[in-house]
Design a protein around this ligand. Structure first.
Ligand code: HEM
Length: 141
């Protein structure tokens, strides 16, 4: 099956990301599941969401039965060009890392705020209490 299999690039496979044209990459193999969308027991939207990426983990996480795995053969159309997958990951890495870094630094500053805010409120409350008490003592005298 794999000796004369069609080799498809990640870029090409990613174009098929619609309800009317849906290709998946699972365990290095490419499946055209367009005709299966309406019959998929997990629904069509999860399959469309699994396009444009390596869906192996998503597929495995569900714990599909042997019947489901046997069914896959009906939709097999070729093999993914592993080099195109690696290139895609390499290209994505710097921007992902950068955005993860930005998100992290953004959230860490908001973490400091959520830590400092209650302390600030406590200090203010204590100052108010202290001065109110002082005023009360003075007016009593
Ligand atoms: C060619 C690819 C696929 C085939 C042939 C397929 C087939 C099936 C079948 C036959 C079932 C019924 C339960 C079973 O027998 O395991 C099922 C359930 C399900 N599948 Fe898929 N599936 C595919 C890909 C995916 C992918 C990529 C996802 C992504 C998350 C997914 C998510 C689910 C979910 C959420 C269920 C419902 C599980 C449950 O409610 O028990 N499937 N699938």
């Amino acid at each position: 099956m794999t000796s004369d299999a069609k080799i498809l690039s990640f870029q090409e496979v990613s174009k098929h990301n619609l309800k009317t044209d849906c290709w998946l990459i699972i365990s290095g193999k490419v499946y055209d599941v367009t005709a299966f969308l309406d019959d998929h027991p997990g629904g069509d939207d999860v399959l469309i969401l699994a396009t444009e990426k390596d869906a192996t983990e998503d597929f495995e996480d569900v714990g599909h039965s042997q019947d489901a795995k046997d069914l896959m053969k009906d939709y097999y159309i070729g093999e993914i060009d592993s080099k195109s997958m690696l290139q895609k990951n390499k290209r994505k890495m710097p921007s992902n890392t950068a955005s993860a870094y930005n998100q992290e630094s953004g959230s860490s500053s908001s973490n400091i705020l959520t830590f400092l805010l209650p302390i600030l409120i406590l200090v203010l409350a204590y100052a108010l209490y202290y001065f109110a008490k002082k005023d009360a003592i003075i007016s009593y005298q």
